[in-house]
Design a protein around this ligand. Structure first.
Ligand code: AMP
Ligand code: ZN
Length: 460
């Protein structure tokens, strides 16, 4: 019997048995991209972890209702709610409107997501399509006494919640002590914006009327509002990158707790960062690696997917091209091995159980991959059974093994000429010349297979 599914919950800081809250689909909310620029491969590491999580839930027989938001307003350049809206800044950078860049970068995100074999969310919801829900949410917690007004917006008063910051185990008194740093009109360092007013001096590209004045929603409120709308007051799993623990998710929990008294989700799971040169990869740093930078260098997008599968989602991963090369080679070998195995088998129950136990151990995908390699190497198993078992595993890996076809490589003219000369030498029983030509073909990387009706050429 395989082990039942266990997942690491950052709220309780423990590995817990996953028992769905309801009898219907499992509710999964994942924080989506902020579409002021392209997503980098670090962002996609988190989206890949979330995709694998969803596939593992499906492997365990659950239907999954997966909601992902698109942040197209309200994410400020500083997480402390100062600075500019990233969208307006992106619009200035590109000379396009904020609405245009939202379209452009959402489409680019979806293209890359599909290239990486990430399954489409059940619902993809834009923050700007949910302004009334966000206003209603804020009005509700205002009535309950959790908010206050400053000259630039409506803020959440975190001192009203004794357990504020529990997810991140925030040291509130330490933060209070350090509050001389630029608090502005905020009462406490951890207070955050629910609604920001448009600047008195000018109109914003994205702004809406509200009971408090014209402006735009803060970043955190969109996720609380949309998650609740689509998945209810308390649902199964909420995910994002590790950077979301101290601010964004902490604040989502605070808002939802204020409105309905729950911590929003039963499990809080986080993907740990992709680093580059041991530093965090960040869009705000200006330079970052996009998936396109990899494909421009000739890498298959799924080689990056494979690379991410080799590391556990709860440890940081340092990106290097050497590591990507190794992943590309391994993926190629796995594809070829899979392709060479005969069809017609059924999955092997013992292998399936071992695999399930690994992926159910908080998504131990590196170990699951090691099991897949036993099959690809054909160790102690009937080849058609190995193929069927690998095909089943690939529902979790998402490497597209069944769809892959070897490329038919064009044979260069010079190689054809050598082969024809060797065939002629053989026909003339000139064995020395035939051997010499075969050695030349080898040196060029080709092999000639003699057949009754002629010959075939293949790569060595
Ligand atoms: P953003 O577009 O900045 O809202 O981020 C989209 C997702 O990527 C969020 O879940 C972030 O937590 C995550 N993320 C950001 N930087 C990285 C990184 N270097 N490695 C892994 N995930 C990241
Ligand atoms: Zn979010």
């Amino acid at each position: 019997m395989p082990s039942p599914l266990k997942l690491y919950d950052n709220y309780t800081r423990s590995l817990r048995s996953f028992d769905p809250l309801g009898t219907g689909a499992v509710g999964l909310y994942t924080c989506g991209p902020t579409v002021y620029d392209y997503q980098h491969i670090g962002n996609f590491r988190t989206f890949l972890f979330e995709d694998v999580l969803r596939r593992v839930l499906e492997w365990n027989g659950y239907a999954v209702e997966h909601v992902m938001n698109i942040t197209d307003v309200g994410h400020l350049t500083s997480d402390a709610d100062t600075g500019e809206d990233k969208m307006e800044k992106g619009a200035r950078r590109t000379g396009k409107s904020a609405w245009e860049i939202a379209e452009l970068y959402t489409a680019a995100f979806l293209d890359d997501m599909h290239a990486l074999n990430i399954e489409d969310p059940t619902i993809l919801s834009r923050a700007t399509d949910h302004i009334p829900e966000q206003i209603e949410f804020i009005a509700d917690i205002e009535k309950k006494g959790y908010t206050y007004r400053t000259s630039d917006g409506i803020y959440f008063d975190t001192s009203k919640q004794p357990d504020y910051g529990y997810l991140a185990r925030l040291d509130k008194s330490g933060l209070e002590a350090g509050k001389r740093v630029n608090l502005g009109e905020k009462k406490h360092p951890t207070d955050f914006a629910l609604w920001k007013f448009s600047p008195p001096s000018g109109k914003r590209q994205m702004e809406w009327p509200s009971p408090w004045g014209v402006g735009f929603p803060g970043w955190h409120i969109e996720c609380s509002a949309m998650a609740q709308k689509y998945l209810g007051d308390f649902f199964d799993i909420h995910c994002g990158g590790e950077d979301h623990i101290p601010v964004h998710h902490t604040n989502e929990i605070a808002q939802t707790e204020a409105r309905v008294g729950t911590r929003l989700a039963n499990f809080w799971m986080h993907g740990y960062f992709l680093l580059e040169g041991d530093a965090k990869m960040a869009k705000s740093a200006g330079e970052f690696l996009r998936l396109k930078a990899l494909t421009d260098r000739g890498y298959d997008p799924l080689a990056y997917r494979y690379l991410c599968l080799t590391a556990h989602y709860r440890s940081q991963l340092n990106f290097t091209f050497d590591a990507l090369d190794a992943a590309a080679t391994a993926l190629d070998r796995m594809r070829r091995a899979f392709h060479a195995l005969p069809a017609g088998g059924t999955p092997d129950a013992a292998y399936v159980d071992r695999f399930t136990s690994e992926i159910n151990d908080d998504l131990n995908i590196p170990k699951a991959l090691a099991i897949a390699w036993e099959l690809a190497r054909g160790e102690r198993i009937d080849p058609s059974t190995a193929k069927a078992t690998l095909a089943a595993f690939d529902r979790v890996f998402g490497l597209g093994l069944e769809a892959w076809q070897p490329k038919q490589e064009a044979v260069p003219e010079t190689v054809h000429a050598l082969a024809a000369a060797r065939a002629a030498a053989r026909a003339a029983k000139n064995w020395a010349e035939a051997d010499r030509l075969r050695a030349e073909l080898h040196a060029a990387g080709w092999e000639m297979e003699d057949k009754p009706e002629g010959y075939a050429l293949k790569r060595r």
